[in-house]
Design a protein around this ligand. Structure first.
Ligand code: NDP
Length: 243
């Protein structure tokens, strides 16, 4: 692990899957890690106990990414309990599939609210309470580069939006040496990808899905001092899917 001792991190959407992997990794790197969840209260509590039993520090916060007030309150709570932020990771995301002809406006709005609007609000709120030299990392998707499947227009659109968002935010926050990047995983073994596991494997040259620890290790690198010259970038980690 890295030495993140004394650093404060917030992971939006950290109770399961990739977010859980990131929470575990940043905590084992030594950071005090707050994370949000919306439904998975039991999982969030169990994750917190496991991290604390291993000598780490975790702070679970119930906050719906669809609500700007919840995001703001979560950041305020972290600052109050753990201090100003060093690292913010926006991982919370949803996948509602559907082809162009059948997609409802309600689903469209929900996808935009959680996958895009929350990412911008998270950057806005977190950067306001972030130390100079801090790190902001969004979790996008390699579907922004290669969609490959029917029924993913809206999902791909939301993830492509993040590519532009990190460019603009990186420039705005550069005077404070805060870097802003977008990690684009390919198929990764989680609840979200489980229904499509067999189908996607055939599209990955490496012939398997990523383990969440592989995505988390990359996030840890981007959060480190060593990665201070990487900003405004969308970086794909996908076993060769877009190659
Ligand atoms: P999961 O569905 O397995 O987990 C999603 C996580 O986000 C959970 O912790 C969930 O918390 C949280 N979350 C969802 N909605 C909200 C909300 N409204 N407010 C707060 N938290 C929320 O997803 P993955 O781990 O697979 O995906 C994580 C990210 O990675 C997403 O942005 C996804 O698009 C992206 N991604 C995933 C890939 C994959 O193959 N798995 C590939 C490329 C990108 P709770 O259970 O409490 O609601």
């Amino acid at each position: 692990g890295r030495s993140f001792t004394g650093k404060v991190a917030l992971v939006a959407g950290g109770s399961r899957g990739i977010g859980e992997g990131i929470v575990r990794r940043l905590a084992s790197d030594g950071a005090a890690v707050a994370f949000t969840y919306s439904n998975s209260e039991e999982k969030a509590k169990r994750l917190t106990s496991e991290i604390e039993a291993a000598g780490g520090k975790a702070l679970p916060i119930k906050a719906d990414s669809a609500s700007a007030d919840d995001i703001r309150a979560a950041v305020d709570q972290v600052v109050k309990e753990l201090g100003e932020l060093d690292i913010f990771v926006n991982n919370a995301g949803i996948l509602i599939r559907g082809t162009v002809g059948t997609y409802s406006l309600e689903d469209l709005d929900r996808m935009l609210d959680i996958n895009v609007r929350a990412a911008f609000i998270g950057i806005q709120e977190a950067s306001e309470h972030m130390k100079n030299g801090g790190r902001i990392i969004l979790i996008g998707s390699n579907t922004a580069v290669r969609t490959a499947f029917p029924g993913a227009s809206v999902y791909s659109m939301t993830k492509a939006a993040l590519v532009g968002l990190v460019r603009g935010a990186a420039i705005d926050l550069a005077p404070r040496a805060i870097t802003v990047n977008n990690v684009q995983p390919g198929p990764t073994a989680t609840d979200m990808s489980a229904p499509h596991a067999e189908a996607v494997k055939t599209l990955v040259p490496l012939g398997r899905m990523a383990d969440v620890s592989e995505i988390a290790g990359f996030v840890s690198y981007l959060a480190s001092d060593e990665a201070g010259f990487i900003t405004g970038s969308s970086l794909t980690i996908d076993g060769g899917y877009i190659a």
